[in-house]
Design a protein around this ligand. Structure first.
Ligand SMILES: C[S@@+](CC[C@H](N)C(=O)[O-])C[C@H]1O[C@@H](n2cnc3c(N)ncnc32)[C@H](O)[C@@H]1O
Length: 242
């Protein structure tokens, strides 16, 4: 079984920047895809180190796709790696891309790190990933960066960035993802659900209303600087009482 931290450390030609604790998070959620015919999408390609790492980790049956706004990243298209040039903030680009790609199992968002862009990509891509797919958003610490950390180059690349009292965190992706807990719990939003869930599913007169996120998400997990969404069918709850 390959170890992703070893892959990152040992290959001198793999150029990427990662927090050390990310590797344990990758293993926790992604190990089940290793050596399987998995389709991976990385948002943010830069020097191609991430693509190389996923290629080595997931093995020869994997297909690795990348998105970047920099046309120079197209050079990483080779073998089982294909890079598309466009912005994660561009809904039309993402919609067209989803139509072209096979069902994606793993998404790693390591792109612009601008909350608005991360949310756009999540809204467009997450509903289309495979039933047991995983969507990881990295580098949430950037939401807490003061303005001075956002270099002119970054600001130019990423467009307008909104600051609230000098910081971004109130508009950050962590805030957005945290609020999704209410969608995840949406089966329970109607006060009647308290009684419905005591009735065996087959005997309920109608489906209990819930958001798509609740019906298709096994869990939302937070780690330092990371949010992880695990897809999976979530049937209407059944309350067991004995
Ligand atoms: C942190 S780097 C990616 C590093 C890469 N994932 C790795 O591990 O080697 C961020 C990349 O996101 C790209 N980027 C910035 N804004 C973007 C956007 N709106 N859409 C897609 N990519 C973007 C940048 O051009 C840059 O190459």
């Amino acid at each position: 079984m390959p170890n992703i931290y070893d892959i990152f450390k040992k290959d001198p030609n793999l150029h990427a920047q990662k927090y050390e604790h990310y590797f344990a998070v990758y293993e926790k959620y992604l190990a089940r895809f290793v050596n399987k015919p998995v389709n991976v999408l990385e948002i943010g390609v830069d020097r191609g180190g991430g693509l190389k790492m996923w290629q080595q980790y997931f093995g020869p049956k994997a297909k690795i796709f990348g998105i970047d706004i920099l046309p120079s990243c197209a050079k990483f298209t080779k073998g089982n790696v294909k890079v598309f040039i466009g912005s994660q903030a561009d809904r039309e680009f993402l919609r067209e891309l989803i139509k072209k790609l096979p069902k994606i199992d793993v998404v790693i968002d390591d792109g612009s790190h601008v909350a608005k862009h991360i949310i756009t990509a999540f809204e467009e891509i997450y509903p289309h990933i495979s039933d047991n797919g995983v969507y990881i958003v990295e580098d949430l610490h950037t939401s807490y960066w003061p303005k001075m950390f956002w270099s002119r180059k970054r600001r130019n690349n990423f467009g307008r960035v909104f600051f609230y009292r000098g910081r971004l965190y109130l508009n950050g992706f962590a805030e957005y993802a945290g609020r999704l807990i209410h969608q995840l719990n949406s089966y329970h939003r109607d006060p009647k659900s308290y009684k419905w869930f005591l009735i065996p599913r087959a005997q309920r007169k109608a489906a209990v209303p819930a958001d798509d996120l609740a019906k298709n998400t096994r869990g939302i997990y937070f780690h330092d600087c990371m949010a992880v969404f695990e897809r999976g069918k979530m049937p209407e709850p059944l309350r067991l009482y004995k």
